[in-house]
Design a protein around this ligand. Structure first.
Ligand SMILES: NC(=O)c1ccc[n+]([C@@H]2O[C@H](COP(=O)([O-])OP(=O)(O)OC[C@H]3O[C@@H](n4cnc5c(N)ncnc54)[C@H](OP(=O)(O)O)[C@@H]3O)[C@@H](O)[C@H]2O)c1
Length: 345
């Protein structure tokens, strides 16, 4: 039986008033990223179905597609704007196939204006710095975002893949509402310093790729099913030399899921949901059935013992290969120069 919309709980993120559904919808896989784009009418139907069921926190970026994903969401939310909280991001562009990260003020403003047009809305609920530009003091990037809030272009500010020091500095310019980080059973590097820092500052966490980019849903079959052009083929953990080892992790999670009477996707989501009331995972899907299944994860209850058992299956020393193909562009390399260096220039 489906959980009625009114029963998908809500969660307050950050300390500034943002309230969203307990889980969100990651839209990246709908546009060219996980292989070719999915048919637009089907994706519009999926997004509208999610909103009707009470999953109202929709996650996108100008980089998804690029641009196509925001255009899709703009079409999907027509007539439903008031029910939805849109999160988008700026900061990554591709220049001749190479990743470029920019946090300069003019770029921030231009990206925001362009996203508003594509989304066809007046204000973005939550606007993230997608990646930190380590050439620009974070205070400078944040200064422009603060102006966007003051000008009514965005409501709340988020950071993605930022280290604790950068989060602290950013938060002094304008309150950060959420930090979006990869967080799943096999990616827990943020737990030591980033999570405690966010909690101290009243910032919520939005875990991205909570299903391990599909690994905890499909297990070994994921690799065979990846389409030509699916960027996940480049992730070290999915490379044959590591995957052969990593697939054991899935087998153990599957065993616990069958004991619990739920699916592995639901178990992976239930685990992250049990990490705190101040977080909101954004599993990505392109299928209505999978979305429905993911919503039901909210009702899966785990004991402390079960949490520990799951964590031991995917402990750091059990996982082979980095989580990302571009580790240099993650939080581990996100310290920016001091503000004085910029002013002095
Ligand atoms: N800030 C960042 O840098 C960043 C980076 C990556 C992602 N994100 C955001 O996080 C969102 C989610 O991350 P993600 O898509 O990388 O990974 P994910 O949510 O961990 O996994 C998505 C994969 O799981 C599959 N799946 C989902 N539910 C399923 C179910 N119930 N049963 C079987 N398969 C299921 C999806 O396939 P189907 O489509 O077939 O369901 C898809 O292949 C993205 O859409 C994006 O919004 C942010």
């Amino acid at each position: 039986m489906e959980t009625p919309a009114s029963e998908v709980p809500r969660v307050k993120l950050g300390s500034q008033g943002l309230e969203v559904s307990r889980i969100g919808l990651g839209c990246r896989g709908m546009s060219p990223n996980h292989g070719p784009p999915k048919p637009e009418p089907k994706m519009i139907k999926l997004i509208q179905h999610a909103i009707d069921r009470g999953v109202t926190f929709v996650d996108t970026s100008d980089q998804y597609g690029p641009h196509i994903n925001e255009l899709l969401i703009g079409k999907a939310i027509k007539g439903m704007r008031e029910k939805v909280q849109i999160a988008s991001k700026f900061g990554i562009s591709l220049k001749e196939g190479k990743m470029d990260i920019c946090g300069e003020p003019e770029y921030v403003r231009a990206c925001c204006e362009a996203s508003l047009k594509r989304l066809d809305i007046d204000c973005i609920d939550l606007y993230y710095v997608h990646r930190i530009d380590i050439r620009v003091p974070i205070e400078i990037t944040m200064g422009e975002m603060k102006k966007l809030v003051e000008g009514g272009k965005i409501k709340y500010i988020g950071l993605s893949e930022a280290c604790a020091a950068t989060i602290r500095r950013a938060h002094t310019v304008h309150p950060i509402t959420t930090v979006q980080m990869e967080w799943s059973l096999w990616t827990r590097d943020l737990e030591e310093e980033i999570v405690p820092t966010c909690r101290e500052l009243g910032i919520s966490i939005v875990p991205y790729s909570p299903l391990g980019r599909g690994f905890f849903s499909a297990g070994p079959e994921l690799i065979e099913s990846l389409a030509e052009g699916d960027f996940r083929k480049n992730i070290p953990r999915f490379k044959p030399e590591n995957f052969e080892h990593n697939k054991q992790i899935y087998e153990q999670v599957k065993e616990i899921a069958s004991r619990k009477g739920c699916t592995t996707s639901q178990l992976a989501l239930a685990w992250i949901l049990h990490k705190g009331d101040d977080i909101c995972p954004i599993p990505g899907t392109t299928k209505i059935d999978n979305l429905n299944e993911n919503i039901e994860a909210i009702s899966v209850k785990l004991t402390t013992d079960e949490m520990m058992q799951l964590e031991s299956c995917a402990a750091e020393d059990m996982v082979k290969g980095e989580r990302h193909a571009f580790m240099w562009a993650t939080w581990i390399n996100s310290q920016t120069p001091p503000l004085s260096s910029w002013i002095d220039e």
